[in-house]
Design a protein around this ligand. Structure first.
Ligand code: SF4
Length: 196
């Protein structure tokens, strides 16, 4: 478990990052990350949404409310460590609903922060929320073949979940809802294990 001081220092570094704004990918950098040094569960999403520009807290919009419902279903009332593949709001998608998916160069610029968070936190349970986080930390593939599964690595388990934003219609299919429920059951069991 890291010291609160080491985690605070890392968060201060992250919050001071302006790489993507400097490179012209986004108009303004506003990195968002939140968690305690005692958290054993770490949630990785895609990127903050527009609402996080005002709250400064990950998953604080509608998607966050849905994620909290999922966590509660898994027996987790107090949201654990929350971060993302890129930590600044990327802007709205040019077409269709939702936010713009961060580009590979932005993901590459931000990757060292996530690597440092994972190295420092050493989470026992890594929850991958949405296709981008799944792609980066689990591997590519259709959500329907990945959500509902669990992957054990030395010292940690990976649990993939769909994105709770509602922008995707994936969860409209009852079969996919069943996969989500299976993923949440994994999360409930693993959360109990790490907090036992
Ligand atoms: S997305 Fe990541 S790398 Fe880019 S400015 Fe924000 S914190 Fe820095």
């Amino acid at each position: 478990m890291p010291s609160a001081r080491d985690l605070g220092a890392l968060h201060a570094e992250i919050r001071g990052c302006t790489r993507c704004a400097d490179a012209g990918f986004i108009p303004r950098a506003f990195p968002v990350v939140e968690g305690r040094s005692t958290d054993r569960i770490l949630i990785v999403g895609q990127a903050p949404g527009e609402i996080e520009l005002t709250t400064g807290r990950p998953f604080s919009g509608r998607a966050g409310a849905e994620l909290r419902r999922w966590l509660a279903e898994a027996g987790i009332e107090d949201p654990p460590y929350r971060t993302s593949i890129t930590k600044c709001f990327p802007g709205k998608a040019a077409t269709g609903p939702g936010d713009r998916r961060p580009s590979p160069p932005e993901i590459a610029l931000c990757a060292p922060w996530l690597e440092r968070e994972l190295a420092l936190m050493k989470p026992r349970v890594l929850v991958l929320v949405g296709s981008l986080a799944i792609e980066r930390l689990w591997g590519k593939g259709p959500l329907g073949t990945i959500v509902g599964r669990i992957h054990r690595e030395p010292g940690r388990v990976l649990i993939p979940l769909p994105h709770p934003s509602g922008a995707s219609r994936w969860l409209n299919d009852p079969a996919n809802q069943a996969l989500l429920r299976r993923g949440l059951a994994h999360l409930r069991r693993e959360s109990r294990r790490v907090h036992a």
